[in-house]
Design a protein around this ligand. Structure first.
Ligand SMILES: Nc1ncnc2c1ncn2[C@@H]1O[C@H](COP(=O)(O)OP(=O)(O)OP(=O)(O)O)[C@@H](O)[C@H]1O
Ligand SMILES: [Mg+2]
Length: 242
């Protein structure tokens, strides 16, 4: 058994009296794509924010690469990146400038070469000199993904990465992600409300509901366990149960 790249134990987040994440534990193995599934408000984004060190857990521990996020934050975050459809980059900078800022923040070398490579991969040549404020939502999502891949992370947190993409680009991004995983052993935590995408992309799924893990396994295992025909049916069944 390989050591997990991410090891989460008894993670809790309370906002006042409200418990958004309620004692969850899970691992991600090297090269694994783990899906985080659950209805609106289940605690997915809050969990990702804790993994990124942006929100302080109320209780529990987060380890990555064998280090503790509470004490080795900088060393860990150097090897981590994320993308969220709902977090935008500085609006007054151009696409290319934003990528440069990220590259500098991570202390990367050969920046222009890397930026050119990522712009090409994400087909952003047409808008690389555009100011970020003027991007369409799909273009802005691509920029978010490009900055996430630019730093060649060992673990990537993707919060609804394809939510605003057209089907063609979404499919390209999915293939790119699979290829990265194959070639570099990238590990990914992935959220999406697209159940077909979850089935296609993930090795394993954690189903969160009201901050608790209510199901865990491969998409097929979860579908079989709940006696449904696909993940969408399981989702609707679980989401409607109190
Ligand atoms: N800063 C905050 N203060 C108070 N409550 C919060 C805060 N952030 C999140 N919450 C609450 O925590 C719960 C979980 O929110 P979260 O954003 O993690 O859900 P989610 O699973 O990502 O949902 P979605 O599918 O809608 O993105 C929600 O009820 C939300 O209102
Ligand atoms: Mg969310």
């Amino acid at each position: 058994m390989s050591t997990p790249v991410l090891h989460v134990q008894h993670l809790v987040k309370q906002f006042g009296e409200f418990v958004a994440v309620n004692d969850i534990s899970f691992d991600i193995k090297p090269g694994e794509i783990l899906g985080l599934l659950g209805p609106n408000g289940a605690g997915k984004t809050t969990t990702i924010q804790m993994l990124l060190g942006l929100v302080t857990p109320t209780a529990g521990s987060i380890q990555m690469f064998g280090l503790d996020l509470a004490t080795d934050r900088e060393a860990i975050l150097q090897q981590v990146n994320f993308s969220s459809t709902y977090v935008s980059m500085p609006q007054a900078l151009t696409v290319e400038e934003n990528l440069w800022v990220i590259a500098r923040l991570y202390g990367l070398s050969q920046i222009q070469q890397r930026v050119d490579g990522i712009v090409k991969r994400f087909e952003m040549g047409d808008f690389r000199h555009k100011v970020t404020r003027k991007l369409s939502s799909g273009q802005s999502t691509r920029l978010g993904l490009a900055k996430a891949f630019l730093t060649e992370p060992k673990i990537l947190f993707l919060d609804e990465p394809t939510a605003s993409l057209d089907p063609d680009i979404a499919q390209k991004i999915r293939s790119f992600l699979k290829e990265e995983r194959r070639s570099s052993g990238l590990s990914v935590l992935y959220t999406s409300h697209n159940m077909h995408e979850m089935e296609e992309m993930t090795d394993r799924i954690i189903f969160l509901q009201k901050g608790k893990i209510v199901a865990e396994g491969t998409a097929q295992e979860i579908v079989a366990r709940f006696g449904q025909t696909d993940l969408e049916e399981v989702f609707v069944k679980l989401a409607r149960e109190e």
